[in-house]
Write a new protein. Structure first.
Length: 211
């Protein structure tokens, strides 16, 4: 199979696509967005509770690290979206990763069942984040990781809103417009979904004429 770069994929009006020929495997890739959002929030609360019970961090440290974790997520989201999800498929391995992680979403942007990682993958991802952050931060990870997961949950909320609803007349309007441009006009801009912050920093905001 020859894989296309993201900017070569034409959006389809179909409401869903297929990632695997096997119907069982394909079904496992579909989930209503409320399930992973709820899981991320519960994992975040669980990690916070564990940290408060078994570490010596104080409340001010928890508050500060949760905020830093949320902000760190927005940068992680931007970098993943720009450099991993949109990497050029120069070989079959890169092509498979790019298409299955993100290309299928660009081909079927109206597929609401694939706006988030499926639950089984999300469990692995949540504990992987905790493991990696614990390796580098020690007990601080039990405050930073929840913030990171809350940021992830916020991203999923925004991503669902901009794909499932008409343009709102509130603060989400800019995010909705930017993400619409990313999907239907210029996939090389507007990599920030939950926040335009890093698009400002790295100058990848859509040009005004596109709006």
């Amino acid at each position: 199979m020859k894989y296309k770069a993201i900017n070569e994929i034409k959006p389809s009006n179909a409401k869903s696509g297929k990632m695997f020929k096997n119907p069982v495997l394909d079904k496992l890739t579909v989930s209503h967005v409320s399930i992973p959002i709820g899981m991320l929030v519960l994992f975040g609360i669980g990690f916070l509770y564990w940290g408060m019970q078994y570490t010596y961090l104080v409340i001010s440290q928890y508050i500060g690290l949760v905020i830093i974790g949320i902000l760190s997520w927005t940068l992680f989201e931007y970098l993943m979206h720009r450099y991993l999800y949109h990497m050029v498929p120069t070989n079959s391995i890169k092509g498979w990763i790019q298409y299955n992680m993100h290309g299928v979403h660009h081909e079927f942007p109206k597929d609401k069942g694939r706006l988030a990682m499926p639950p089984l993958m999300l469990i692995l991802i949540a504990f992987m984040f905790l493991f990696v952050f614990k390796l580098f931060m020690g007990d601080y990870a039990f405050a930073f990781t929840p913030g990171f997961l809350f940021g992830y949950a916020g991203y999923l909320c925004v991503h669902y809103i901009v794909h499932a609803f008409k343009p709102p007349k509130n603060m989400f309007k800019v995010l909705w417009i930017n993400h619409g441009i990313h999907h239907y006009k210029d996939p090389d801009v507007a990599f920030g979904v939950s926040s335009p912050l890093w698009d400002h920093v790295f100058r990848t905001l859509p040009k005004k004429k596109n709006k």
